[in-house]
Design a protein around this ligand. Structure first.
Ligand code: S3P
Length: 173
């Protein structure tokens, strides 16, 4: 990172299964910075998994927690921040993300996302879905423009190893 970026947080956004968590951890390691995983922090604060929060209180409640947690990040510095895939669904979150740091969108195609999440039971919005591919496609159609309009940097992740995704990010920032 150049001198101009000193102190600035890096915020990773993107659809479920695009690689945010792995890229966040690798980026933090390479830059010798701490990372924050928003979903993990929310789970810790609530004493429940994201699935349990959705099950017990519904999605709207989770979205409130997400916005509240995002607001608490405004004074952070030098952090790599991994967000939940739906963080861009609220206009006020988009504004906050842009203020918190440089926003990197990890853009993945449906096949890549499907491969990463098909055996995963941690994502409440995709559970018990007969047509998982169709569901991902229709969610992506709504979300893609939001990710794109929030991002400062766009990185394709489909089919790439984590290391080369991180190399690309570091070459740009
Ligand atoms: C969500 C994505 C999840 C988690 C929640 C909702 C979404 O995070 O925040 O299940 O709406 O896309 P990941 O993107 O880390 O899976």
């Amino acid at each position: 990172m150049n001198e101009g970026n000193k102190g600035e947080n890096i915020v990773l956004i993107g659809f479920m299964g695009c690689g945010k968590t792995s890229v966040t951890k690798e980026l933090a390691k390479r830059l010798n910075l701490n990372f924050i995983d928003m979903d993990e922090k929310i789970e810790k604060a609530e004493g429940k998994t994201v699935s349990e929060i959705f099950r017990d209180h519904g999605e709207a409640y989770f979205r409130e927690l997400e916005t509240t947690y995002l607001k608490s990040l405004k004074d952070q510095k030098n952090k790599i921040i991994s967000t939940g895939g739906g963080v861009i669904l609220r206009e006020e979150n988009i504004e906050m993300l842009k203020k918190i740091g440089v926003v990197v969108f990890l853009q993945a195609d449906v096949a890549h996302i499907l491969k990463n999440i098909k055996d995963d039971h941690k994502r409440p919005l995709l559970q018990e879905e007969q047509d998982l591919e169709g569901k991902i496609s229709s969610m992506l159609e709504i979300r893609e423009p939001l990710y794109l309009s929030t991002a400062n940097v766009i990185i394709q992740t489909s089919g790439k190893p984590i290391k080369s995704i991180v190399d690309e990010i570091l070459a740009i920032l």
